[in-house]
Design a protein around this ligand. Sequence first.
Ligand code: PEP
Ligand code: MG
Length: 535
Amino acid sequence: MNSVESQSEIAASIKEAVSLASTPNPSISKEEALMLVSPTQLEAVLHTSFEPSNHEVLTRGLGASPGAAVGKIVLSADEAMMATEDVILVRAETNPADVHGMQIAVGILTTRGGLASHAAVVARGWGKPAVCGAENIELADDHITINGERIDVGETLSIDGTSGEVIRGTIQTTHLEPIPEIDVLLQWADEVRQLDIRANADTAAEAKAARGKGAEGIGLCRTEHMFLDEQRLPIIRRMILASTTEQEAEALQELRESQHKDFIGLLKEMDGLPVTIRLLDPPLHEFLPEIEELLEAAVGQGLDQEQQDLLEAAHRWRERNPMIGTRGVRLAWLKPGLYEMQTLALLDAIADRTTNGGTPQVEIMIPLTVSDKELAGIRERVQATIDEHPSKTVIKIGTMIETPRAALVASQLAEHADFFSFGTNDLTQLTFGFSRDDVESRIMGLYLEQELLQHNPFQQIDAEAVTELVQLGIERGRNTKPDLSIGVCGEHGGDPISIGLLAATGIDYVSCSPPRIPIARLAAAQAAITQSIKN
Ligand code: PEP
Ligand code: MG
């Protein structure tokens, strides 16, 4: 796309491409029309941007979730909750405890973190503009400083989650006009594409939005996101803090009930389509408050007993490298009740939907496995829970492939998996040894500028090593099970160039955040057309 091409110019070219291919004597084929519209152009007309103006860009971060947003700045999730006007939530980085404020904010701005960081992934899932890793911003208690300019809480900022621009004051945003020709184009895309397109969705609302955009199922439900609202956090904290098995069991029972309701909503929206439920993945300390915040409170007003317990637990669970620490399937070995609770909640929801005339199609996914014994043991437990449940449901149980080791031992993992889903965010992190939370804000810009790397591998899948590992994992997995269903649910599943590269590896589907579904449908069609031209 020409960088000065406006939304109305792009809209005009989409309309023209569709019209040329749909007259009684079309001058171009539908395939040609599909090749005339780039996914970048499609993205540009699906999200708001700034009206052209001579605005001064204060700083730039990573364009982490497309669209433009204007609001008064707040510096904590709780301040966002109290706001009566549109707010931009500015944080060093976000974590699960910020989700309630992120929901309220019209845009999210972080000073640390990359395209696969918490803020980026969550914002993209909701279609909310986000700029991440804007490291020139300094945070204070009641203001921020950008390149020496002070901006107080309550002042207005404009952010562009496509370009990463951060601007002081209000910049007029574009008004999105519906373009019916996009639906026509995407129907043509569906006729030619080989890949299925699923959504990464964690709530009924996201599932509904995804289905409306053409998703053919859910490829990744990050169940930890269901624990994050204000009512749920105290329950999971109670589970972590429990000092007796009875206390732990009580908290797990409460979680089961709330998760059961969430699953019903999700399955209802995706009735008849596959829904992949990933069992709990993140390190447990993500559910605890930040140690620094508790220490600050201790110095200020002091800590009550509950806060003291939380501080003690936060210390106990703190890890130097949490992304490669106690998370994923390792949690299930440490706290067996967790996956059992989640499986039971799911089975209850399936039973409920079936009784109410639904046809739920559920798959259970085990994250971050690295060995066949590790997977086999947990699979056996999950299967035992399923077998003991009165609903007598048949559920596929698969695993994520997120480490180089998992890709290399895929033939053994396939013995115990009904499907694979490549978690290319972690696979990229672990193949490069690049922290997905840190490397983009400090190192990546320099590496790209110096051409040490051609692309940010968290955005566009690395064709030399990560795609090779995906290819190898597929070959080895299908050596054991020729009909193994295989998808990709990392953020690359919504990136057009990555979709092209991944389509050639033989995967069955990609799964991406709901707002990216139209882009993925078009990119998958273009990959199929390009492939057929080559053959
Ligand atoms: C991944 O690692 O690619 C993935 C989808 O899991 P998450 O982003 O939740 O770690
Ligand atoms: Mg992962």
